[in-house]
Design a protein around this ligand. Structure first.
Ligand code: GDP
Length: 194
């Protein structure tokens, strides 16, 4: 797969707009400001495919990208405290419609900030993915911000903090240094070729 050939397909802001699809999809989920846009841009070698926002909580749409016939789905970030209740409900409706649509999901990448223990919403999301029996891997973002000792500590801790942590695929990544990005691509390629 040529990761340099990604193109933007479309955005949806309302669950009622979301069409069903049989295409193989890889989705990205995580709280606002976790580094999701930066990671998507790094994965596809692009500067602004996913808009990196300095204002958290701005990306309240589901955005679809495509490489050949594989779809990549940028889910709206969760957990931004300052948004209104109606906005949170719209977010929940979008996510539930998306995951409830019986899609052809190759893998969901759940992004968690590597510097901190997962938030309650991160843990809720992991539990949700497990309950829905969706295939997922945890990407620990901003790995460049930790030194060797801290990296080791967080990697051990996260396996205890996340539900079924010992059994999860956990990948430390950095959009700044590119660490972990090739491993992410390999994971995707492996699933695409199955
Ligand atoms: P999103 O809200 O999840 O899409 O997060 P963004 O990609 O917009 O990133 C949020 C902030 O974190 C921005 O200031 C980014 O520059 C920063 N950031 C994102 N990824 C990394 C990373 O891997 N390393 C470092 N040091 N900062 C990052």
């Amino acid at each position: 797969m040529n990761f340099n050939q990604a193109e933007f397909l479309t955005s949806y802001g309302l669950s009622s707009q979301l069409p069903k699809s049989d295409e193989l999809e890889f989705a990205f989920a995580g709280r606002s400001n976790v580094g999701k846009s930066s990671l998507i841009n790094k994965l596809f070698n692009r500067k602004a495919l996913a808009k990196v926002s300095a204002v958290p909580g701005k990306t309240a749409t589901i955005n679809f990208y495509r490489v050949e016939n594989v779809h990549f789905v940028d889910l709206p970030g969760y957990g931004y405290a300052k948004v209104a209740k109606s906005e949170k409900e719209r977010w929940a409706a979008l996510i539930e419609k998306y995951f409830g649509d019986d899609r052809n999901l190759g893998l969901v990448f759940q992004l968690v900030d590597m510097r901190h223990p997962p938030t309650k919403l991160d843990i809720d999301m992991t539990n949700y993915l497990i309950e829905c029996e969706l295939p997922f891997a945890v990407v620990l973002t901003k790995a460049d911000k930790l030194n060797k000792t801290q990296t080791k500590e967080r990697l051990a801790a996260i396996r205890k903090e996340l539900p079924y942590g010992e059994q999860l695929t956990i990948l430390p990544c950095s959009s700044q240094t590119g660490a972990g990005i090739e491993e992410m691509r390999e994971l995707i390629e492996e699933i695409v070729s199955q």
